[in-house]
Design a protein around this ligand. Structure first.
Ligand SMILES: Cc1cc2nc3c(=O)[nH]c(=O)nc-3n(C[C@H](O)[C@H](O)[C@H](O)COP(=O)(O)OP(=O)(O)OC[C@H]3O[C@@H](n4cnc5c(N)ncnc54)[C@H](O)[C@@H]3O)c2cc1C
Length: 394
């Protein structure tokens, strides 16, 4: 058993931390206040290779695997959840679906521009009537010659207003339902000049509780023509590609929440050492000491889970149950930690002048997106029962 990161992963962490502190942090407040992401930050991330961290070098990635990608998400989650969300949707689900389901020629065609950050990716699954019940999607893809015609809409798509390359799940055979009659496509949604392609519109911009720096929108397809060569995986088996992509995405979401939880603990330690009440620093109050000890223990347990699961992914071992645990535990630990940080900072924790107020609004989403925590519990239980030979879902 080796608990050391490789020299390459240690160097990658140093590179990302420097980027997060010098480029991401200064742009964070403006992005939150204006609800506009910093395009310069994304461009810079692309220039130093961060938009393709896990993918092989032959596709323009850094070849750092899931472990490297979790390091990226942890370091970004420590500084700005919105940037982690944009880059997470781009790499971890948008481009990942192309990597997992794409033929060699689709990978060669799309991944280099995504890894360099020249183009941004999105992952389009959710619809008005298909949230947790993703199998009830309705967006239709109809075969016409060498193309499919996409008609319908998706909701709550991270990077919807930014992306020009989208992984989209659509129904190709309604009689078979989504599990056997849905197909995944890679769709070019903007042309070379950045205009939406014919029939595509990045619809209503969502005004959210948090993650203001990460744009989310509905998107719609009005007879959008997609080459049949752009199918990811097999026709009719797109649901599998999408679910496998989400499984991997949950590991890195756990890493992002690990970074957020760590930042909350750091904030408490610094503030409790400085702030004096009743003639002594808050750090001398036993209730605060118990609090930081509990937080540190939870964070350490999460760190072990996240990086062990990343190791399972990198070594092609089963990881679905652990991935659900990364997302479930990570999101709840991060929410608890940031809630405590607000409490220890008192009135200051409630002020928009400090980082922790944004962190509090941003943290909540991790319990909801990429499969709610209730759905994670169901998936984990399903795996546990399967291990003892019991099937709990048809
Ligand atoms: C900021 C943001 C970004 C997002 N980005 C993307 C994206 O990039 N791509 C994309 O495709 N989607 C995205 N989503 C959508 C997200 O994945 C869904 O919101 C999520 O899967 C939950 O679906 P829902 O909101 O329809 O809730 P619902 O499915 O309506 O669930 C409502 C509540 O009921 C619970 N529930 C549902 N079914 C059960 C059950 N069987 N047992 C117990 N409890 C249950 C849920 O856990 C939840 O608490 C995003 C959402 C947000 C808010």
């Amino acid at each position: 058993m080796d608990f050391e990161f490789s020299r390459e992963h240690q160097a990658l962490r140093r590179l990302i931390r420097e980027f997060a502190e010098e480029e991401v942090r200064p742009a964070t407040r403006q992005a939150d206040r204006s609800s506009q992401p910093s395009l310069e930050v994304l461009q810079k991330a692309g220039e130093i290779g961060l938009m393709g961290v896990p993918f092989p070098r032959e596709y323009g990635g850094l070849g750092a695997g899931e472990t490297g990608y979790c390091i990226l998400m942890e370091e970004l989650g420590r500084v700005d959840t919105s940037v982690a969300s944009i880059i997470g949707a781009h790499i971890g689900i948008g481009a990942m679906a192309i990597y997992l389901g794409g033929s060699p020629s689709l990978r060669e065609k799309y991944l280099p521009d995504l890894c360099s950050g020249k183009k941004i990716a999105a992952f389009a699954l959710t619809e008005e009537q298909a949230g947790s019940d993703a199998a009830s999607i309705k967006l239709r893809a109809t075969k016409e010659g060498d193309s499919y015609i996409l008609d319908g809409s998706k909701m709550w798509i991270t990077n919807g207003p930014l992306a020009s390359t989208m992984s989209v799940l659509a129904v190709t055979d309604p009689a078979l339902g989504a599990r056997g009659g849905a197909t995944a496509f890679v769709v070019e949604t903007r042309n070379g000049t950045g205009r939406p392609t014919e029939g595509f519109s990045p619809g209503k911009f969502e005004h959210k509780m948090g993650l203001h720096g990460s744009p989310t929108s509905a998107i719609s397809f009005d007879n959008v023509r997609v080459p049949a060569a752009n199918v990811l995986g097999q026709v009719g088996l797109g649901f599998v590609v999408f679910m496998q992509t989400l499984d991997i995405g949950r590991v890195s979401l756990g890493a992002a929440t690990l970074g957020g939880a760590q930042a909350s603990l750091q904030q408490i330690l610094e503030w409790a050492a400085l702030r004096e009440q009743f003639g002594k620093p808050l750090a001398q109050a036993q209730s605060i000491q118990f609090m930081v000890a509990d937080m540190a223990a939870e964070i350490e347990a999460l760190r072990s889970l996240v990086y062990r699961t990343a190791w399972l992914v990198d070594n092609q071992k089963p990881f679905i149950k652990e991935a659900g645990m990364c997302k479930l535990l990570g999101s709840e630990i991060a929410s608890r930690c940031v809630d405590r940080a607000v409490q220890v900072l008192g009135a200051l924790g409630y002020s928009r002048d400090v980082h922790i107020e944004r962190g509090f609004r941003d943290a909540r989403i991790a319990e909801i997106f990429e499969g709610t925590n209730e759905i994670q519990r169901i998936l984990i239980a399903e795996q546990l029962f399967r291990e003892v030979g019991v099937k709990i879902r048809p």
